[in-house]
Design a protein around this ligand. Structure first.
Ligand SMILES: [Ca+2]
Ligand SMILES: [Ca+2]
Length: 124
C-alpha cells in the first residue's frame, strides 16, 4: 500500500512565497497474520485396501499477509504410525503405506491446530 500527499511550505514574506513537494509513504507488510484453516474440522474417509498414494482429501489454510509471510506448509502432528502422509505444499492427504489403506478409521481426522505461518494437522 502507498500513500501519496502533496506538502506545501509557506514563507513569512508579503506576499508569501511557497514551495511544494510530493511525499510518498510505502506501507510495508509485516508478518502479523497467522495461517488459518478454512474449516475447523475436516472429515475424510477412504475405502480399506485403497491404493497407496490415492488422495483421500485435502486441507486448506490461508494467511492474509503478502509473500513471503503468507506461505503455508502442512505437517501431521503425532503421526506415530506413518500410515498417512500429507503433502507439505498442497495439503493433500493420502495413505503412505498398505497399512494405512487397511486401517480405514485412521483416515478420520478431526482436530486442527496452527501456529504462525505453519499449519499443522492433527489426526485422531
Ligand atoms: Ca503470516
Ligand atoms: Ca501483514
Amino acid at each position: 500500500m502507498c500513500v501519496c500527499v502533496q506538502v506545501l511550505a509557506v514563507d513569512g514574506g508579503d506576499p508569501a512565497l511557497t514551495g511544494s513537494a510530493v511525499v510518498i509513504v510505502s506501507v510495508l507488510d509485516v508478518d502479523d497474520n497467522v495461517a488459518e484453516f478454512t474449516e475447523d474440522n475436516y472429515q475424510m474417509s477412504v475405502p480399506e485396501n485403497s491404493a497407496v498414494g490415492v488422495v483421500v482429501g485435502h486441507v486448506t489454510a490461508v494467511d492474509d499477509d503478502l509473500s513471503p509471510y503468507n506461505v503455508v506448509y502442512y505437517e501431521l502432528l503425532d503421526d506415530d504410525t506413518n500410515s498417512f502422509h500429507i503433502d507439505r505444499l498442497n495439503g493433500q492427504y493420502h495413505p503412505a503405506s498398505a497399512r494405512g489403506c487397511a486401517v480405514a478409521r485412521c483416515a478420520k481426522m478431526t482436530q486442527v491446530t496452527q501456529n504462525t505461518s505453519v499449519c499443522k494437522y492433527v489426526r485422531q
